[in-house]
Design a protein around this ligand. Structure first.
Ligand code: IPM
Ligand code: MG
Length: 357
């Protein structure tokens, strides 16, 4: 088959790690007889520099016309002082809403080979953990009404958390469908003891749960969830939550794996076009040094094969290759820990993975 992939290399280490993932996809193409065609578009700081805006219309049109989108990372200190609507991060929010990517899948698992990098006590993670956080991505406070106004005490600012029944229903369905293919356990996270939007969220999740009697569904308040993630991460299988809670908790869950340079993500909508990107940022401090860990982006490409192209075998092939290099003790600097093995460069790590494919 022939697949068109839009590349948003972005800023900082973005271009280096996207190029690694492209190498891996090309190798998969050779091995399994697929043609991947790549077309690069500007997004983030590089787009601001070239066109004055973080997400040019040409990029949106190009991504919509492609079969899927692979993104590196956007942002950097150079653009930090721009006003909100011109910041590089707008490119991410704009892409999510332009492509209707309401589902964000963020898997977090403890790689046995990297367990020493986990900041939690060994006994806390003795059983390991492997869960997927499903974050609603196009609603809630990120997209609600906002503004500034004069209040009784002077200037005020407000952002609004609003969820419709339909929005909660569709993300809840994704969670239950995902759970069916995994451990059949959904934990829905909200703040229903305080927020009306959370009370609606909870009602709707329970209603959808009735359609999935084989899946166990429980609620957890977000403050408790923040605690449970570091107390007993093995209890989680599928977590579903709102845009903002998911933003916060997915950083926490990536941290407990000890290897943010390893974590992939997928943003999906109704159709098959998705946007795939590593969870980490553009790491301006190491940009251009050739030492960034390409694994998160390579695993994001694997998620693309699975979710956008339905190429399960090919996705597993990449994931196995990554496992193999880790089990051999190969490390980039970010996951080397205190060991005295020599860290690989981005290129060397990419080569090592290509060899296993
Ligand atoms: C993320 C990021 C983004 C978000 C920012 C950069 C807009 O933190 O993808 O988690 O808040 O969604
Ligand atoms: Mg975030």
């Amino acid at each position: 088959m022939n697949y068109n992939i839009a590349l948003l290399r972005g800023d900082g280490i973005g271009p280096e790690i996207v190029d690694s993932a492209v190498e891996v996809l090309k190798k998969i193409g050779e091995k399994y007889n697929h043609t991947f065609e790549f077309k690069a578009y500007l997004a983030g700081g590089c787009a601001i520099d070239a066109t004055g805006e973080p997400l040019p219309q040409e990029t949106i049109d190009g991504c919509k016309a492609s079969d899927s989108v692979l993104l590196g990372a956007v942002g950097g200190p150079k653009w930090d002082t721009l006003p909100g609507h011109l910041r590089p991060e707008r490119a991410l929010l704009g892409m999510r809403s332009a492509l209707g990517l309401f589902t964000n899948l963020r898997p977090a698992k403890l790689y046995p080979a990297l367990k020493d990098a986990c900041p939690l006590k060994a006994e806390t993670v003795a059983k390991g953990f492997d869960f997927v956080m499903i974050r609603e991505l196009t609603g809630g406070i990120y997209f609600g009404e906002r503004g500034r106004r004069q209040g009784p005490g002077g200037e005020e600012a407000f952002d609004t958390e609003c969820y419709s029944v339909a929005e909660v229903e569709r993300i809840a369905r994704v969670a239950f469908e995902t759970a069916l293919k995994r451990g059949k356990k959904v934990i829905s996270i909200d703040k229903a003891n305080v927020l009306e939007s959370s009370r609606l969220w909870r009602e709707v999740v329970h209603r959808v749960a009735m359609e999935y009697p084989e899946v166990e569904c429980t609620d957890m308040l977000v403050d408790n969830a923040a605690m449970q993630l570091v107390k007993n991460p093995a209890q989680f299988d599928v977590v579903v939550t709102s845009n903002m809670f998911g933003d916060i908790l997915s950083d926490e869950s990536s941290q407990i794996t000890g290897s943010i340079g390893m974590l992939a993500s997928a943003s999906l909508g109704e159709g098959t076009v998705g946007m795939y990107e590593p969870i980490h940022g553009s790491a301006p401090d190491i940009a251009g040094k050739g030492i960034a860990n390409p694994i998160a982006t390579i695993l994001s490409a694997a998620m693309m094969l699975r979710y956008s192209f339905n190429l399960e075998q090919e996705a597993v092939c990449i994931e196995r290759a990554v496992d193999a290099v880790l089990n051999k003790g190969l490390r980039t600097a970010d996951i080397a820990g205190n060991s005295d093995v020599k860290s690989l460069s981005t290129k060397e790590m990419t080569e090592a993975i290509l060899k296993e494919i």
